[in-house]
Design a protein around this ligand. Structure first.
Ligand code: TYD
Length: 215
């Protein structure tokens, strides 16, 4: 039996957060822990709408065109989804002593929405402010791979172009993630070199998680 903990996996598109959230879930489960895996955008009503916007199924006009929603609209939708995700899933599950794993969290908003909003300090501060009430993770694992590797993966799995599927943006995001510690003072953030065999990366992620939830 373990204590509740909230663990987040983060990084740009194509770094492997989904694969490693699943692997970590399986490892913790095998060890007999109560564990719940979730993701953002969440599977709640606002998260579902966000996914439709990302894929272009739902068209939201923005100042630069009919298929380019304003970054502020996106930041507010992600923040609303996050509070709903807190109330519907994260807080109740943690309250029951479950280890909750989330594939992305508010670090994604600070990265994606701040950068698409121009990256000024005031922009970063506002995105942080609208996420202020979201529960802090106990551990955030940031997966890092070279830009050309994540780009290759994005191309290989491409079902249709998504909103943030842009090479220039993704390399800005990778740079942001590599130095994001300063934006989240007091948080436990661990960077993982994810450009290694998947088993090796999964083992390191599990080790870091066990430091928080207890071996
Ligand atoms: P998803 O299909 O889950 O991508 P991935 O499997 O690569 O994580 O889509 C999530 C997309 O939404 C991804 O491009 C990152 C973006 N995003 C934000 O821009 N802000 C946020 O707050 C979150 C949670 C995600």
């Amino acid at each position: 039996m373990s204590d509740a903990a909230f663990v987040v996996l983060e990084g740009g598109d194509g770094v492997g957060t989904t694969t490693h959230t699943k692997r970590l879930f399986d490892s913790l489960r095998r060890s007999g822990r109560a564990v719940h895996a979730t993701r953002e955008p969440s599977d709640g009503p606002i998260g579902v709408q966000i996914r439709q916007i990302l894929s272009g199924r739902l068209v939201v006009p923005g100042p630069t065109g009919p298929r380019a929603p304003d970054w502020r609209t996106m930041a507010l939708l992600f923040a609303a989804d996050r509070m709903d995700h807190n109330d519907a899933t994260i807080l109740p599950q943690c309250g029951e002593g479950t280890v909750v794993l989330s594939d992305r969290y508010y670090h994604s908003s600070v990265a994606y929405q701040s950068i698409t909003g121009g990256g000024a300090q005031a922009t970063v501060d506002w995105v942080k402010e609208i996420n202020r009430h979201a529960r802090r993770p106990d551990l955030t694992l940031v997966l890092d791979v070279p830009d050309e590797v994540s780009e290759r993966r994005r191309i290989e799995r491409r079902g249709g172009r998504e909103l943030y599927d842009d090479r220039g943006l993704q390399s800005q995001l990778a740079a942001f993630y590599r130095s994001m510690g300063a934006h989240f003072p007091g948080e436990r953030i661990v960077w993982i070199d994810a450009h290694r065999p998947v088993e090796e990366v999964a083992r390191e992620i599990l080790e870091e998680t066990l430091r928080v939830v207890g071996a």
